[in-house]
Design a protein around this ligand. Structure first.
Ligand SMILES: CC(=O)Nc1cnc2ccccc2c1
Length: 447
């Protein structure tokens, strides 16, 4: 059992036999830091498979991949709306006295890059990124402190056609993973609904973000606490009643009745549902006024992907954020996007028996039958590699029994034996490991 007292053990053992002899070798905690994960081969294959599907969908939708530093200026994420994501910011002061943070999300970095690029990029932009995001979660909840997020963003398109396309890109991903509209769906609403209500109770615009963040906790904390938080930021009881009422609406016609067809909240939503019909994914989405999402910067359509069984947290979420770039000092550029985490989707696929069986596969094992043939064996390996075959070259003097066992473990298709008598004739012995058939081949006949 490895010492679990932090990274280096407090009481190192007596002088170890480490290099230099007289150093004491501290016991390193071989587990990753709390809330983080390693990706050994099996897990890495699953992650690579998932990210390959993210990238394939992005390619189908003609999005370009971008990336940013995992470390950003803290200022990028400081928002006064009480969001969990900013309260759990993984931030610190670096050796240059700068306030920096491990990014908790990708959207602010994307906004920063768009502004930085300014006129040198032509709108609209369709960019995507897959990046690790961090939070400093009090260990009491034992939740993960990092996850990978797939983000897709459309910058410069003011109309809901952008949101319709983004939601369809997620539908496309779900289909690729084997999920159907009976497994998952999207709840769709618009923050313009809340905006309309706040306006009719003449609540100041600057409270909008905060109200949304509080309302987003509706399902997580008791209504009394919601009311208390809203009251504490100056929202009248009457306005709170109005908010709660509008959030419980179950249909667009009901919403239209309450808000009137005038407000562009209803118009946006109607247009989005018409587009969804035309894309053919209507049965994947429905209006749900209670969807708010917990990020302060959303200004319009918001949506979240959920499992219809209702066992899991949201699979993904997104929306329109038309003001974010201008709050960073950029031009007033409309934008919308979503984030899709690497955790809930895997749990869902596990529940549905849809996880792929991924194994390490190698084309050829090359084995020199004795040490003098290591050189020729390496040449045979590189000939095969030049033809694009993956080759595991046996690097030590192993018994043939071990080589066969090893071939099984790595699912090799062929075993290439380099033996003295064959080599004298420029040949190697090729054993097909599934048919057991074997024959001698000239090296340059190998493919
Ligand atoms: C289920 C899960 O791992 N969630 C998770 C894990 N780490 C995060 C880190 C930053 C922001 C959100 C995060 C969300």
């Amino acid at each position: 059992e490895v010492e679990r007292s932090g990274a280096l053990s407090a009481s190192p053992p007596a002088a170890g036999a480490g290099p230099g002899g007289n150093q004491t070798t501290a016991i390193i905690d071989v587990n990753p830091p709390r809330g983080t994960r390693d990706f050994p081969p099996d897990d890495m294959r699953l992650r690579t498979w998932l990210f390959h599907n993210f990238r394939e969908v992005a390619r189908l939708f003609a999005f370009e991949e971008v990336d940013f530093p995992v470390l950003e200026s803290e200022a990028l994420f400081i928002r006064k709306a009480g969001e969990e994501i900013t309260e759990q910011l993984y931030s610190f002061e670096d050796k240059g006295g700068r306030r920096v943070a491990l990014r908790p999300e990708l959207t602010p970095s994307l906004a920063r890059l768009v502004i930085q690029k300014g006129k040198s990029v032509s709108l609209p932009l369709k960019w995507f990124a897959i990046g690790q995001c961090w939070r400093y979660e009090r260990t009491t909840r034992g939740r993960r402190r990092e996850h990978y997020q797939w983000n897709m963003d459309i910058i410069g398109v003011p109309g809901v056609a952008a949101e319709a396309e983004l939601i369809f890109s997620i539908v496309t991903l779900f289909k690729r993973l084997g999920l159907t509209a009976s497994d998952v769906g999207f709840k769709v609403s618009s923050r313009k609904v809340l905006q309309a209500v706040l306006q009719c109770y003449s609540i100041p615009e600057n409270l909008f973000g905060e109200v949304c963040v509080i309302i987003d906790k509706m399902e997580k904390i008791p209504l009394s606490e919601i009311e208390e938080k809203l009251t504490s930021i100056g929202i009248s009881l009457e306005a709170i009643k109005g908010l709660v009422q509008v959030l419980s609406l179950k249909s667009l016609p009901q919403l239209e009745e309450l808000l009137g067809a005038a407000g562009d909240a209803v118009a946006d939503l109607k247009q989005l549902f018409i587009l969804a019909e035309q894309y053919g994914y209507s049965q994947w989405i429905h209006f749900d006024a209670s969807v708010v999402r917990g990020l302060a910067y959303y200004t319009g359509i918001v949506f979240e992907g959920f499992d219809r069984q209702g066992n899991l947290r949201a699979i993904c979420g997104g929306g329109r954020y038309d003001k974010l770039l201008s709050t960073f000092g950029g031009d007033d550029i409309p934008a919308c996007g979503f984030g899709f985490g690497d955790a809930v989707i895997i749990e869902l696929l596990k529940d549905k028996g849809l996880l792929p069986m991924l194994t390490h596969m190698v084309d050829d094992i090359v084995f020199p039958l004795d040490l003098e043939l290591q050189g020729p064996a390496a040449m045979v390996a590189s000939t095969l590699r030049q033809k694009g075959r993956s080759v595991d070259l046996v690097l030590e003097n192993k018994r043939l029994k071990w080589v066969f066992k090893h071939a099984e473990r790595i699912n090799a298709s062929r075993l290439i034996l380099v033996g003295d008598s064959e080599w004298q004739r420029g040949m190697v012995r090729v054993k097909n490991l599934s048919t057991r058939e074997e024959h001698d081949l000239k090296v340059d006949e190998l493919e």
